[in-house]
Ligand binder design. Structure first.
Ligand code: ADP
Length: 449
């Protein structure tokens, strides 16, 4: 095992990684921007290095500074968390070049997955069902119209470099297609610096299901499925394991898990990753493979009893998996609510000082009678507009889904945050809704609510 690692992230995930490192006896180095001098993740680590000013490009996204921080502190590995540098193959490669272990998949696998249109092609060739759509990027308007004619409307125009639900738009006819190409292209250029687009058939009411994968370069395990259909602006708000979508459909679940493993193998994947699919009726279609740990990993930890971050560090340090697929048992039901600093109705971010942060159980990332809180803030933290709005994750685990719902409703009622607006009331409404209790979910659930 490593003796010291650098955590190239902030917020709850940096605290989460620090906790796993401590459990393994590994020392930690935090990095921070000027906006995060007093942040919780800085306190959670043994050493700290300032990166630069608040804007991510000058701090958390500055690969050279992060690598220099690892060098100057003697950190042997870098855990990138999610977001920021986590899916940048060039950064992973630069780590290798500098003799620092990147905690994640090999750079070649990251490269194969980075362009979503290219990843679709690889998956289709490997026999993984993908959403019907264009072959590769659509070039000019004429090429897009031709592709649209063969795929059929409604379509979704998507940015090949997209992420975080940014750069996608529905088109129901040629006129809308032309508009969508323009606006998605602009969005993609502004957000990702690349304007390549592709088309997918727009599925009207799909469920979002995903497979947690874990590999050591030799073996690839499927650690069960999650359902993340409750979304706003194509971003997840509440996630569950096991996926409700498969209750009473064990054969379909097995097919999905197998497709997830196939997807990982197709690109030589190792370490933690997630294959995402849309489920429509009895058919599922691959949308992307995220080459990193996901925000919602705790629901899988709860149901499998595995610590995914510890496992990531072990595999990165060269250990092999000590378990096989037959050892993976999914127990009970887990739900995660993402507690964001945002307006609960309009979803606008709500920066400001967190004046009160009273949690129903200690926010230490451990389960207390089935309730766990992974937090990135405490009372006194100032939420800035520079970074994402996630304050904390509230996770529950119980024997049945009904019990998990009851436990979550109680935990939400005992959570008090003042100073910034939060989506706590939204979560309470979701939990109280009959459609949610019955498991009638799809990606438009929140709009109806
Ligand atoms: P991102 O990488 O930005 O997260 P994804 O491709 O993972 O984008 O899709 C995010 C969400 O957008 C999905 O969970 C789903 O709600 C919606 N979505 C994506 N592709 C489609 C599609 N072809 N049809 C309908 N909804 C889609």
């Amino acid at each position: 095992m490593f003796s010291k690692i650098l955590i190239a992230n902030r917020g709850e995930i940096a605290c989460r990684v620090a906790r796993a490192a401590r459990a393994l006896g590994v020392k930690t180095v935090a990095v921070y921007s000027d906006a995060d001098v007093n942040a919780l993740h800085v306190e959670a680590c043994d050493e700290v290095v300032r990166l630069g000013p608040a804007p991510p490009r000058e701090s958390y996204l500055d690969a050279a500074r992060v690598l220099e921080a690892a060098r100057s502190t003697g950190a042997e590995a870098i855990h990138p968390g999610y977001g920021f540098l986590s899916e940048q193959a060039d950064f992973a490669q630069a780590c290798a070049g500098a003799g620092v272990v990147f905690v994640g998949p090999p750079p070649e696998a990251m490269r194969a997955l980075k362009d979503k249109a290219q990843a679709r092609a690889v998956m289709r060739d490997a026999g993984v069902p993908v959403v019907p759509g264009s072959t590769g990027h659509v070039g000019d308007e004429a090429a897009a119209r031709a592709a649209a004619a063969s795929v059929g409307y409604p379509l979704l125009v998507k940015a090949a470099a997209g992420g975080g639900g940014i750069g996608m738009q529905v088109a129901r006819d040629d006129a809308e297609l032309v508009k969508a190409l323009r606006s998605c292209g602009d969005r993609a250029r502004a957000s990702f610096g690349k304007d390549a687009l592709y088309l997918e058939r727009y599925l009207e009411k799909p469920r979002h299901v995903e497979v947690q994968l874990f590999g050591d370069g030799r073996l690839t395990l499927a650690l069960g499925a999650r359902e993340c259909s409750i979304q706003r602006r194509h971003q997840k708000v509440l996630e569950e394991a096991p996926a409700v979508a498969f209750s009473g459909r064990p054969e379909l679940l097995q097919k999905l898990l197998a497709a997830g493993v196939l997807a990982a193998r197709a690109v030589g994947y190792a370490n933690a990753g997630t294959a995402e699919f849309l489920l429509a009726g009895d058919e599922f279609f691959f949308i992307e493979l995220n080459a990193r740990l996901q925000v919602e990993h705790p629901v899988t930890e709860a149901t499998t009893g595995l610590d995914l971050v510890q496992l990531q560090l072990r595999i990165a340090a060269g250990e092999k998996l000590q378990i096989g697929q037959g050892d993976i048992k999914v127990n009970g039901a887990a739900i995660e609510c993402r507690i964001n600093a945002e307006d609960p109705v309009k979803f606008f971010p709500s920066p400001g000082p967190v004046k009160v942060f009273d949690t129903p159980v200690p926010a230490d990332g451990l389960f207390h009678d089935g309730v766990r809180i992974d937090a990135g803030v405490r009372a006194g933290t100032i939420v800035t507009p520079h970074y994402d709005s996630l304050l904390a994750k509230l996770i529950v685990h119980a024997e049945t889904r009904a019990q998990a719902i009851a436990l979550m409703a109680k935990a939400l009622a005992g959570f008090r945050i003042e100073g910034v607006k939060t989506n706590l009331p939204l979560h309470q409404r979701i939990l109280a809704s009959e459609a949610f209790t019955r498991g009638e979910l799809d990606t438009h659930f929140l709009e109806r609510l």
